[in-house]
Unconditional design. Structure first.
Length: 151
């Protein structure tokens, strides 16, 4: 499967740091959806930990964790939210735009290496993946493309 995501370096972030950033428009939402595991082309095992949305009109950043999520995953999702504030979304960095009842948003799915999620002594910077769509959608599209070209 071709690479349909962007790797980025992220600082893990405590809950206190994120509460300080609410004034910048970064908000944590209640957990939604169930996470999914997937393997990349190098054999690393990743887990989707949540979704980030950025309102086009207001710049409001919302973090939507996936169930279940432990403290380490939450720290990484908060760090990804701060990265979204520092580096506004673009299609080139694997964000997608959606039209919603609340207005247009940018959105992406964040995945973390399973080994990093199990590590309680994270380093300062962690490798995360941002994708414009969830892995299940990518796998389904790849299957349908293969199906259409099968003899």
């Amino acid at each position: 499967m071709p690479t349909t995501y962007a790797r980025f370096d992220c600082e893990h972030t405590t809950e206190k740091t994120l509460s300080d950033l609410k004034s910048l428009g970064i908000h944590m939402r209640d957990a939604i959806h169930n996470n999914m595991y997937w393997g990349d082309e190098t054999g690393r095992l990743w887990r989707e930990i949540g979704r980030i949305t950025v309102a086009v009109k207001t710049g409001l950043i919302e973090l939507w964790p996936y169930n279940p999520i432990a403290d380490t995953g939450m720290k990484l999702l908060r760090g990804a939210g701060i990265e979204a504030w520092r580096n506004p979304p673009t299609r080139e960095t694997h964000w997608t735009q959606q039209k919603t009842a609340r207005g247009r948003i940018w959105e992406c799915i964040i995945s973390a290496d399973v080994a990093d999620l199990a590590d309680t002594n994270l380093g300062d910077h962690i490798d995360l993946i941002r994708a414009a769509e969830d892995r299940a959608t990518m796998v389904t599209r790849k299957f349908l493309d293969d199906y259409d070209t099968a003899a």
